[in-house]
Design a protein around this ligand. Sequence first.
Ligand code: SF4
Ligand code: SF4
Length: 365
Amino acid sequence: MHFFLHLTTRCDLNCKYCAQEALEDLKFGKRRWELDYPPPEVSYEVRDLKGFLEKDDDPWVIFYGGEPLLRTDLIKEIMDEIRANYIIQTNGMRLEELGDYVRRFHTIILSIDGKKETTDYFRGRGVYDKVIKSARWAREMGFKGELIARMTVMEPVDVKEEVLHLLNLGLFDSVHWQLNALFWEDLERRNFKEWLKDYNKGVRELINLWVENMKKGKVWRIYPFLGVMDSLLRDEPSLLRCGAGWAQYAILTDGNISPCVAMAGMKEYYVGNIWESDPKNLKKVLVGEPCTSCDIYPLCGGRCLFANKTKLWGEEGFKLVCTSIRNLISSLQEKLPEVRSLIQEGKIKLSHLNYHKFNSCEIIP
Ligand code: SF4
Ligand code: SF4
Protein backbone atom coordinates (compact mmCIF):
# COMPACT_ATOMS: atom_id res chain seq x y z
CA MET A 1 0.00 0.00 0.00
CA HIS A 2 1.08 3.59 -0.64
CA PHE A 3 0.79 6.15 2.15
CA PHE A 4 1.28 9.88 2.00
CA LEU A 5 2.86 10.90 5.26
CA HIS A 6 1.65 14.37 6.16
CA LEU A 7 4.65 15.65 8.12
CA THR A 8 3.70 19.28 8.62
CA THR A 9 1.22 21.80 7.32
CA ARG A 10 3.91 24.53 7.28
CA CYS A 11 5.63 25.61 4.09
CA ASP A 12 8.59 27.87 3.34
CA LEU A 13 7.16 29.16 0.04
CA ASN A 14 4.07 31.21 -0.69
CA CYS A 15 2.93 29.98 -4.10
CA LYS A 16 0.15 31.77 -5.94
CA TYR A 17 -2.03 28.68 -6.50
CA CYS A 18 -1.60 27.32 -2.97
CA ALA A 19 -1.10 29.58 0.05
CA GLN A 20 -2.23 32.73 -1.79
CA GLU A 21 -5.38 31.05 -3.16
CA ALA A 22 -6.21 29.78 0.32
CA LEU A 23 -6.03 33.36 1.57
CA GLU A 24 -8.32 34.55 -1.24
CA ASP A 25 -10.88 31.86 -0.38
CA LEU A 26 -10.75 32.90 3.25
CA LYS A 27 -11.12 36.56 2.30
CA PHE A 28 -14.29 35.87 0.37
CA GLY A 29 -15.48 33.53 3.12
CA LYS A 30 -16.57 30.94 0.66
CA ARG A 31 -15.33 27.66 2.11
CA ARG A 32 -18.49 25.66 2.62
CA TRP A 33 -16.82 22.70 4.27
CA GLU A 34 -16.74 22.26 8.00
CA LEU A 35 -13.19 21.15 8.53
CA ASP A 36 -11.66 19.76 11.66
CA TYR A 37 -7.99 20.17 10.79
CA PRO A 38 -5.33 17.94 12.35
CA PRO A 39 -2.49 19.75 14.18
CA PRO A 40 0.27 21.45 12.14
CA GLU A 41 2.97 19.02 13.35
CA VAL A 42 3.12 15.25 13.81
CA SER A 43 1.69 14.35 17.21
CA TYR A 44 2.17 10.55 17.18
CA GLU A 45 5.30 8.56 18.06
CA VAL A 46 7.47 7.06 15.29
CA ARG A 47 7.14 3.67 17.01
CA ASP A 48 3.35 3.86 16.53
CA LEU A 49 3.81 4.54 12.83
CA LYS A 50 6.28 1.66 12.66
CA GLY A 51 3.76 -0.68 14.28
CA PHE A 52 1.19 0.24 11.65
CA LEU A 53 3.44 0.15 8.56
CA GLU A 54 5.09 -3.12 9.54
CA LYS A 55 1.73 -4.85 9.23
CA ASP A 56 1.97 -4.11 5.48
CA ASP A 57 3.97 -6.55 3.28
CA ASP A 58 5.14 -3.79 0.91
CA PRO A 59 4.79 -0.34 2.47
CA TRP A 60 5.46 2.76 0.39
CA VAL A 61 5.81 6.09 2.14
CA ILE A 62 5.52 9.42 0.34
CA PHE A 63 6.76 12.30 2.50
CA TYR A 64 4.44 15.21 2.03
CA GLY A 65 3.51 18.52 3.61
CA GLY A 66 3.18 21.52 3.67
CA GLU A 67 6.84 21.20 2.88
CA PRO A 68 8.12 17.87 4.24
CA LEU A 69 11.75 18.99 4.33
CA LEU A 70 10.88 21.38 7.15
CA ARG A 71 10.91 18.13 9.14
CA THR A 72 14.18 16.61 7.87
CA ASP A 73 14.84 15.43 11.44
CA LEU A 74 11.67 13.36 11.40
CA ILE A 75 12.27 12.07 7.85
CA LYS A 76 15.67 10.73 8.89
CA GLU A 77 14.29 9.19 12.07
CA ILE A 78 11.50 7.45 10.16
CA MET A 79 13.90 6.18 7.47
CA ASP A 80 16.21 4.83 10.17
CA GLU A 81 13.43 3.13 12.12
CA ILE A 82 11.02 1.80 9.50
CA ARG A 83 11.67 -0.57 6.64
CA ALA A 84 9.73 0.84 3.67
CA ASN A 85 10.18 2.25 0.18
CA TYR A 86 10.50 6.00 0.24
CA ILE A 87 9.32 8.77 -2.06
CA ILE A 88 9.32 12.50 -1.37
CA GLN A 89 7.31 15.29 -2.93
CA THR A 90 9.02 18.56 -2.16
CA ASN A 91 9.44 22.15 -3.31
CA GLY A 92 13.18 21.45 -3.48
CA MET A 93 14.35 24.42 -1.39
CA ARG A 94 16.04 22.25 1.25
CA LEU A 95 16.81 19.00 -0.53
CA GLU A 96 20.49 19.23 0.39
CA GLU A 97 19.56 18.89 4.06
CA LEU A 98 18.87 15.22 3.33
CA GLY A 99 22.59 14.60 2.89
CA ASP A 100 23.37 10.92 2.25
CA TYR A 101 19.73 9.93 2.84
CA VAL A 102 18.93 11.22 -0.66
CA ARG A 103 20.35 8.02 -2.13
CA ARG A 104 17.78 5.93 -0.31
CA PHE A 105 14.81 7.38 -2.12
CA HIS A 106 13.02 5.45 -4.85
CA THR A 107 11.59 8.65 -6.34
CA ILE A 108 12.03 12.38 -5.80
CA ILE A 109 9.29 14.67 -7.04
CA LEU A 110 10.33 18.30 -7.36
CA SER A 111 7.77 21.05 -7.87
CA ILE A 112 8.68 23.28 -10.80
CA ASP A 113 6.27 24.88 -13.23
CA GLY A 114 8.42 24.98 -16.38
CA LYS A 115 10.65 27.85 -17.47
CA LYS A 116 12.36 30.18 -15.02
CA GLU A 117 9.94 33.08 -15.58
CA THR A 118 6.90 30.81 -15.16
CA THR A 119 8.19 29.02 -12.07
CA ASP A 120 9.35 32.22 -10.40
CA TYR A 121 6.06 33.97 -11.23
CA PHE A 122 3.97 31.30 -9.50
CA ARG A 123 6.38 30.06 -6.84
CA GLY A 124 8.57 33.06 -6.00
CA ARG A 125 11.79 34.68 -7.17
CA GLY A 126 14.82 32.43 -7.33
CA VAL A 127 12.81 29.22 -6.95
CA TYR A 128 13.59 27.87 -10.44
CA ASP A 129 17.36 28.20 -9.97
CA LYS A 130 17.20 26.57 -6.57
CA VAL A 131 15.15 23.60 -7.80
CA ILE A 132 17.54 23.02 -10.70
CA LYS A 133 20.47 23.22 -8.28
CA SER A 134 18.78 20.70 -5.98
CA ALA A 135 18.11 18.29 -8.86
CA ARG A 136 21.77 18.47 -9.92
CA TRP A 137 22.90 18.02 -6.33
CA ALA A 138 20.76 14.86 -5.97
CA ARG A 139 22.39 13.36 -9.04
CA GLU A 140 25.89 14.36 -7.90
CA MET A 141 25.19 12.68 -4.57
CA GLY A 142 24.48 9.44 -6.40
CA PHE A 143 20.69 9.42 -6.33
CA LYS A 144 19.78 6.76 -8.90
CA GLY A 145 15.99 6.76 -8.62
CA GLU A 146 13.39 8.58 -10.68
CA LEU A 147 13.52 12.36 -10.64
CA ILE A 148 10.14 13.80 -11.56
CA ALA A 149 9.42 17.42 -12.41
CA ARG A 150 5.95 18.19 -11.12
CA MET A 151 4.16 21.20 -12.53
CA THR A 152 1.02 22.98 -11.48
CA VAL A 153 -0.60 24.30 -14.65
CA MET A 154 -3.09 27.16 -14.89
CA GLU A 155 -3.79 30.22 -16.99
CA PRO A 156 -1.95 31.86 -18.76
CA VAL A 157 0.56 29.03 -19.08
CA ASP A 158 1.35 27.37 -22.42
CA VAL A 159 1.50 23.75 -21.26
CA LYS A 160 3.34 22.52 -24.35
CA GLU A 161 6.15 25.07 -24.07
CA GLU A 162 6.63 24.47 -20.37
CA VAL A 163 6.71 20.67 -20.61
CA LEU A 164 9.14 20.80 -23.55
CA HIS A 165 11.39 23.10 -21.58
CA LEU A 166 11.58 20.66 -18.67
CA LEU A 167 12.16 17.66 -20.94
CA ASN A 168 14.89 19.46 -22.85
CA LEU A 169 16.84 20.22 -19.68
CA GLY A 170 17.91 16.57 -19.69
CA LEU A 171 17.88 16.66 -15.90
CA PHE A 172 14.52 15.10 -15.02
CA ASP A 173 13.51 11.55 -15.93
CA SER A 174 9.85 12.43 -16.13
CA VAL A 175 7.37 15.27 -16.15
CA HIS A 176 3.94 15.34 -14.58
CA TRP A 177 1.47 18.17 -14.23
CA GLN A 178 -1.72 18.82 -12.38
CA LEU A 179 -4.27 21.44 -13.36
CA ASN A 180 -5.08 24.02 -10.74
CA ALA A 181 -8.79 23.32 -10.97
CA LEU A 182 -11.61 22.48 -8.56
CA PHE A 183 -9.35 22.97 -5.59
CA TRP A 184 -10.51 26.38 -4.42
CA GLU A 185 -13.76 28.29 -4.89
CA ASP A 186 -12.09 30.44 -7.49
CA LEU A 187 -13.76 29.76 -10.83
CA GLU A 188 -15.44 33.18 -10.96
CA ARG A 189 -12.29 35.13 -10.19
CA ARG A 190 -10.24 33.39 -12.86
CA ASN A 191 -9.92 33.22 -16.62
CA PHE A 192 -9.89 29.42 -16.60
CA LYS A 193 -12.78 28.79 -18.98
CA GLU A 194 -11.33 30.93 -21.78
CA TRP A 195 -7.80 29.54 -21.28
CA LEU A 196 -8.97 25.91 -21.37
CA LYS A 197 -9.24 26.04 -25.18
CA ASP A 198 -5.54 26.95 -25.44
CA TYR A 199 -4.66 24.31 -22.87
CA ASN A 200 -6.52 21.59 -24.79
CA LYS A 201 -4.80 22.67 -28.01
CA GLY A 202 -1.42 22.53 -26.29
CA VAL A 203 -2.11 19.02 -24.95
CA ARG A 204 -3.07 17.81 -28.44
CA GLU A 205 0.10 19.30 -29.94
CA LEU A 206 2.21 17.78 -27.21
CA ILE A 207 0.69 14.35 -27.86
CA ASN A 208 1.54 14.72 -31.55
CA LEU A 209 5.14 15.54 -30.67
CA TRP A 210 5.23 12.67 -28.17
CA VAL A 211 4.30 10.17 -30.85
CA GLU A 212 6.61 11.77 -33.45
CA ASN A 213 9.44 11.32 -30.99
CA MET A 214 8.55 7.63 -30.56
CA LYS A 215 9.37 7.15 -34.23
CA LYS A 216 12.98 7.94 -33.24
CA GLY A 217 12.77 5.21 -30.61
CA LYS A 218 12.38 7.51 -27.62
CA VAL A 219 9.42 7.65 -25.26
CA TRP A 220 9.27 10.90 -23.35
CA ARG A 221 8.15 10.13 -19.82
CA ILE A 222 5.16 12.44 -19.65
CA TYR A 223 2.98 10.94 -16.91
CA PRO A 224 -0.52 11.83 -18.12
CA PHE A 225 0.31 10.27 -21.52
CA LEU A 226 2.14 7.23 -20.13
CA GLY A 227 -0.69 6.28 -17.80
CA VAL A 228 -3.56 6.58 -20.25
CA MET A 229 -1.70 5.10 -23.26
CA ASP A 230 -0.53 2.15 -21.19
CA SER A 231 -4.16 1.40 -20.24
CA LEU A 232 -5.29 1.80 -23.85
CA LEU A 233 -2.62 -0.62 -25.10
CA ARG A 234 -3.42 -3.18 -22.42
CA ASP A 235 -7.15 -2.51 -22.63
CA GLU A 236 -7.17 -2.20 -18.85
CA PRO A 237 -9.71 -0.04 -17.02
CA SER A 238 -8.62 1.85 -13.92
CA LEU A 239 -10.18 3.10 -10.76
CA LEU A 240 -9.14 6.60 -9.66
CA ARG A 241 -5.63 6.76 -11.05
CA CYS A 242 -3.98 8.63 -8.18
CA GLY A 243 -5.10 5.70 -6.02
CA ALA A 244 -6.75 7.87 -3.34
CA GLY A 245 -9.21 5.87 -1.29
CA TRP A 246 -8.35 2.44 -2.66
CA ALA A 247 -4.60 2.06 -3.40
CA GLN A 248 -3.27 5.03 -1.50
CA TYR A 249 -4.16 6.77 1.73
CA ALA A 250 -2.82 9.68 3.78
CA ILE A 251 -1.56 9.39 7.35
CA LEU A 252 -2.34 12.76 8.87
CA THR A 253 -0.30 14.56 11.52
CA ASP A 254 -2.57 13.21 14.29
CA GLY A 255 -2.29 9.58 13.09
CA ASN A 256 -5.73 9.48 11.51
CA ILE A 257 -5.95 8.01 8.02
CA SER A 258 -7.83 9.83 5.28
CA PRO A 259 -8.24 8.82 1.62
CA CYS A 260 -6.11 11.79 0.48
CA VAL A 261 -4.04 14.59 2.02
CA ALA A 262 -6.40 17.08 0.39
CA MET A 263 -9.17 15.55 2.55
CA ALA A 264 -7.39 16.25 5.85
CA GLY A 265 -10.04 17.54 8.22
CA MET A 266 -12.98 15.95 6.32
CA LYS A 267 -13.58 13.48 9.13
CA GLU A 268 -16.60 11.80 7.57
CA TYR A 269 -14.21 10.26 5.03
CA TYR A 270 -11.57 9.03 7.46
CA VAL A 271 -10.93 5.29 7.29
CA GLY A 272 -9.12 4.66 10.57
CA ASN A 273 -5.91 5.47 12.41
CA ILE A 274 -2.40 4.05 12.84
CA TRP A 275 -3.18 2.47 16.22
CA GLU A 276 -6.25 0.43 15.34
CA SER A 277 -6.27 -0.09 11.58
CA ASP A 278 -4.72 -2.78 9.43
CA PRO A 279 -3.05 -1.33 6.30
CA LYS A 280 -4.06 -4.43 4.36
CA ASN A 281 -7.69 -3.98 5.17
CA LEU A 282 -8.59 -0.31 4.91
CA LYS A 283 -12.07 0.71 3.88
CA LYS A 284 -12.37 1.91 0.28
CA VAL A 285 -13.68 5.38 -0.46
CA LEU A 286 -14.60 5.62 -4.13
CA VAL A 287 -15.77 8.42 -6.41
CA GLY A 288 -19.51 8.79 -6.94
CA GLU A 289 -21.61 10.52 -9.58
CA PRO A 290 -21.20 11.95 -12.14
CA CYS A 291 -18.10 9.78 -12.61
CA THR A 292 -19.63 6.35 -12.05
CA SER A 293 -22.07 6.74 -14.94
CA CYS A 294 -19.67 8.63 -17.20
CA ASP A 295 -18.89 6.92 -20.53
CA ILE A 296 -15.12 7.41 -20.08
CA TYR A 297 -15.00 6.45 -16.39
CA PRO A 298 -13.04 3.21 -17.10
CA LEU A 299 -10.25 5.28 -18.67
CA CYS A 300 -10.42 8.44 -16.59
CA GLY A 301 -11.01 6.70 -13.27
CA GLY A 302 -12.66 9.82 -11.88
CA ARG A 303 -9.78 12.37 -11.88
CA CYS A 304 -9.93 13.45 -8.21
CA LEU A 305 -11.73 12.11 -5.14
CA PHE A 306 -11.55 15.46 -3.35
CA ALA A 307 -13.09 17.26 -6.33
CA ASN A 308 -15.72 14.57 -6.76
CA LYS A 309 -16.85 14.91 -3.15
CA THR A 310 -16.63 18.70 -2.82
CA LYS A 311 -17.55 20.01 -6.31
CA LEU A 312 -16.22 23.43 -5.37
CA TRP A 313 -17.00 24.78 -8.86
CA GLY A 314 -20.55 23.36 -8.94
CA GLU A 315 -21.83 20.78 -11.44
CA GLU A 316 -21.13 23.00 -14.46
CA GLY A 317 -17.60 23.83 -13.34
CA PHE A 318 -16.94 20.14 -12.72
CA LYS A 319 -18.08 19.28 -16.25
CA LEU A 320 -15.91 22.07 -17.63
CA VAL A 321 -12.81 20.36 -16.25
CA CYS A 322 -14.05 17.05 -17.69
CA THR A 323 -13.75 18.55 -21.18
CA SER A 324 -9.98 18.66 -20.65
CA ILE A 325 -10.03 14.94 -19.75
CA ARG A 326 -12.09 14.10 -22.82
CA ASN A 327 -9.60 16.01 -24.95
CA LEU A 328 -6.64 14.16 -23.39
CA ILE A 329 -8.21 10.73 -23.73
CA SER A 330 -9.61 11.15 -27.23
CA SER A 331 -6.30 12.60 -28.51
CA LEU A 332 -4.45 9.57 -27.11
CA GLN A 333 -7.08 7.19 -28.50
CA GLU A 334 -6.52 8.68 -31.97
CA LYS A 335 -2.84 7.86 -31.68
CA LEU A 336 -3.37 4.33 -30.40
CA PRO A 337 -3.09 2.55 -33.81
CA GLU A 338 0.13 4.43 -34.57
CA VAL A 339 1.66 3.59 -31.17
CA ARG A 340 0.62 -0.07 -31.60
CA SER A 341 2.37 -0.17 -34.97
CA LEU A 342 5.52 1.37 -33.49
CA ILE A 343 5.58 -1.38 -30.86
CA GLN A 344 4.99 -4.09 -33.47
CA GLU A 345 7.79 -2.66 -35.64
CA GLY A 346 10.08 -2.74 -32.59
CA LYS A 347 10.67 1.03 -32.64
CA ILE A 348 9.58 1.22 -29.01
CA LYS A 349 8.66 -1.36 -26.38
CA LEU A 350 5.51 -1.58 -24.32
CA SER A 351 7.80 -1.57 -21.27
CA HIS A 352 8.91 1.98 -22.18
CA LEU A 353 5.51 3.09 -20.93
CA ASN A 354 5.97 1.45 -17.52
CA TYR A 355 5.80 3.64 -14.46
CA HIS A 356 5.51 3.12 -10.75
CA LYS A 357 1.82 3.48 -9.97
CA PHE A 358 0.57 5.62 -7.07
CA ASN A 359 3.87 7.46 -6.70
CA SER A 360 1.86 10.70 -6.22
CA CYS A 361 1.50 11.43 -9.94
CA GLU A 362 -2.26 11.59 -10.43
CA ILE A 363 -2.02 10.74 -14.17
CA ILE A 364 -5.23 12.61 -15.06
CA PRO A 365 -4.17 16.26 -14.65
S1 SF4 B 1 -14.47 12.68 -17.31
FE1 SF4 B 1 -15.30 13.77 -15.54
S2 SF4 B 1 -17.26 12.76 -15.07
FE2 SF4 B 1 -16.09 11.41 -16.44
S3 SF4 B 1 -15.04 10.03 -15.04
FE3 SF4 B 1 -13.63 11.69 -15.49
S4 SF4 B 1 -13.91 13.22 -13.84
FE4 SF4 B 1 -15.67 11.80 -13.82
S1 SF4 C 1 -6.17 13.76 -7.57
FE1 SF4 C 1 -7.49 14.48 -5.88
S2 SF4 C 1 -7.91 12.63 -4.69
FE2 SF4 C 1 -6.14 12.18 -5.98
S3 SF4 C 1 -4.31 12.66 -4.73
FE3 SF4 C 1 -4.83 14.51 -5.92
S4 SF4 C 1 -6.16 15.74 -4.56
FE4 SF4 C 1 -6.13 13.63 -3.78
